[in-house]
Write a protein that binds this ligand. Sequence first.
Ligand SMILES: C[S@@+](CC[C@H](N)C(=O)[O-])C[C@H]1O[C@@H](n2cnc3c(N)ncnc32)[C@H](O)[C@@H]1O
Length: 197
Amino acid sequence: MNEVNWQARYENADTPWDKGEPHPMIARWTQDREVEGDILVPGCGRGWDLQAWGVAYPQHAVIGIDLAPSAVSSARRLCQDLSNVTVHEADFFSLESWYEGNRVGLIWEHTCFCAIPPPLREVYAKTVAALLPSGGRLIGAFFTDITDRASGPPWNTTMSDIECLFSPWFVIEQPVAEHRTFAGREGEERSLIMHRR
Ligand SMILES: C[S@@+](CC[C@H](N)C(=O)[O-])C[C@H]1O[C@@H](n2cnc3c(N)ncnc32)[C@H](O)[C@@H]1O
């Protein structure tokens, strides 16, 4: 299994995934969508997406989780004026054991699923399914079309992998009207909305 030292990546400023701004789909989604419950952001990195969710939904708790202490410090600094945002230094896979169930209404996925080693994907799918109540949503961007990488992260996936992993728990909606991506990631990322059964 490929183990990435995420903290070292942040310490060495080796963070090519970090665009210094929120993912473009968030601005489109938050224009006219209602959210119920808490918003969870696994692998939140330096917090650009957390900040965007926190500003867009001030009445909702927005929770970021990241393993890397440096990412967590940056995210806390970025969101320090947003009282609805909290950032936890924690392993996403431990979340089920300490996060109170049935409060999460939406999980935002952006470059966390593609960052974890592929053998852990099934646990990722089980964890998001366990955290969301029926009707809750997993939304975000998935790298489904990277063809020129022998290794990761980001680890490529395919729609058929995603259907296999998530459809036992989710109805997968696509295409997604709110699809947007960063310049340079066109054609690599697919936006997905998954509704917890
Ligand atoms: C590719 S980065 C993406 C960060 C952020 N989503 C962004 O786009 O800027 C992946 C992030 O996931 C975090 N991460 C990896 N495995 C994790 C785990 N098991 N639990 C929590 N965070 C994790 C890493 O520390 C890193 O910040």
